[in-house]
Design a protein around this ligand. Structure first.
Ligand SMILES: C[S@@+](CC[C@H](N)C(=O)[O-])C[C@H]1O[C@@H](n2cnc3c(N)ncnc32)[C@H](O)[C@@H]1O
Length: 431
């Protein structure tokens, strides 16, 4: 088989798989025609140089050996870690194809649009955007790692794409020179939306972004800009994503080991409360390590929105299992020791560990955490897809609207409320 035919066969199998994934996630009929033909026109292998399949995996070079020897890997639905010319892993990946395409489906691309991708890596998603908006549209990418921005420019030229521009810069500033944008997609996770983006999109624009929750995981949201200048959620799901760096680095603290907290030395032996908690229980076993991070995403997402004193604790070095991290993001270990509420004023601490909740110092933090857990289960354990969101610039003085949770993250304020049709608003029906 020629290398061209091998690529097209691998690409065809990938397309079928992506169709199944997006259809299973509520996109009736699978990928829209513009994205299908974009995928056909933008072979993924053109955007992969040196790559790695896992944080501990060998470094592979697509230029070594026959091109088709790499296609079985490159056309799998997995993230490929980028590796620099000296063989070092970069904090960046070519995202799993079904993730990129599913998010592009939710971005609702139309011919003629001007679209910004923040975190364009080696340019594959940008190429798909450029093809989907057609010759009358324009795709603008910004990438903070200059070596990758250069690779993206080369790859886009190699794929014959002329309606895309790549900037090697920090995407926290957006790209004012190319604004206004009809669509913006962040393909790196963020804690808050820099206010500059409120000025770089017009009314009716859509923005898709993975917003970090505390600890591993993200709330991915499609947000529409309305006439009042605010963004409103049109669709949401949960996922995992590489964290933004530079100006997009999270203002929220990363998980720290319990031992790094000054109160821990005083409270570690003052257990005052201990109750079983089914979070992360798998039959008779308990989801330890990375599974605990994954199993607790919905509750941690809820606590991130509703409990300002919520904290996540990193695994101590000596109970580390083999690492399970978001490829390309060494800070993203999904293995967490626990999470809970830290009440410094009352010298009280409550932590959900796999299978139980433990209170330290005095029971006040444990009562709060238990009340939050009861409230969450009474609400039918909502994940992010159960919430409406209004995202606005942080007002000088704000009174939270009744029945909503207000969360201020830097320059942006998130006003969350449960969808009126929850729990009937199922994940598959959303969007
Ligand atoms: C998951 S990778 C991007 C994947 C790319 N969209 C693709 O599918 O090939 C995330 C990218 O965001 C970039 N990034 C992180 N912080 C950034 C920032 N502040 N400005 C611009 N790019 C950033 C990273 O360097 C990385 O290349």
């Amino acid at each position: 088989m020629t290398s061209r035919r091998a690529a097209s066969a691998a690409q065809g199998r990938l397309m079928e798989h992506i169709d199944r994934v997006v259809a299973a996630n509520g996109v009736a009929g699978g990928l829209r025609p513009a994205l299908r033909s974009a995928l056909q026109d933008c072979p993924r292998h053109l955007f992969v140089d040196r790559y790695q399949l896992g944080p501990m995996g060998a470094v592979l070079d697509a230029a070594i050996g026959r091109p088709e020897d790499h296609y079985d890997l490159i056309y799998q639905d997995i993230a490929l870690g980028h590796v620099d010319s000296a063989g070092r892993a970069l904090p960046s990946t070519n995202s799993p194809p079904s993730t990129s395409l599913y998010f592009l489906e939710r971005l609702d691309l139309r011919p003629g649009q001007t679209v910004l991708e923040v975190g364009c890596g080696s340019g594959w998603t940008l190429a798909l955007i450029a093809r989907a908006v057609g010759p009358s549209g324009h795709a603008v990418g910004v990438e903070v790692i200059p070596e990758l921005a250069e690779q993206a420019k080369r790859a886009l030229a190699g794929a014959g794409i002329t309606n895309a521009t790549v900037f090697a810069a920090d995407g926290a500033e957006g790209v004012p020179a190319k604004a206004p944008f009809d669509r913006v997609i962040f393909t790196t996770s963020i804690w808050s939306l820099p206010v500059t983006f409120f000025g770089q999109v017009g009314n009716g624009a859509r923005l898709v972004a993975p917003f970090q929750i505390r600890g591993p995981g993200v709330d991915v949201l499609a947000l529409d800009r309305d006439v009042s200048g605010e963004f409103r959620a049109a669709w949401a799901t949960s996922s995992f994503f590489v964290r933004g760096t530079g100006g997009l680095a999270a203002e929220a603290p990363l998980p720290q080991p319990l031992s790094s907290m000054t109160m821990w030395a005083e409270l570690a032996n003052q257990v005052v409360f201990r109750v079983p908690m089914p979070l992360g229980t798998l039959g008779s076993a308990t989801a330890r390590g990375s599974l605990f991070g994954a199993c607790t995403m919905a509750f941690r997402s809820y606590l991130t929105k509703t409990e300002p004193d919520m904290r996540v604790f990193a695994a101590e070095h000596d109970d580390l299992l083999p690492p399970f991290v978001v490829l390309g993001d060494p800070t993203s270990a999904m293995h967490i020791a626990g999470f809970g509420i830290v009440d410094e004023a009352r010298r009280s601490l409550a932590i959900c560990y796999p299978g139980e909740m433990v209170g330290y110092g005095n029971p006040s933090a444990a009562h709060r955490l238990l009340a939050a857990y009861r409230a969450w289960t009474d609400l039918m354990m909502p994940g992010v897809e159960a919430f409406d969101l209004v995202l606005r610039k942080t007002p000088r003085a704000s009174a939270p609207p009744a029945g909503a949770w207000t969360e201020t993250r830097g320059e942006t304020t998130f006003v969350w409320s449960l969808k009126t049709d929850w729990p009937r608003a199922s994940r598959l029906g959303a969007g």
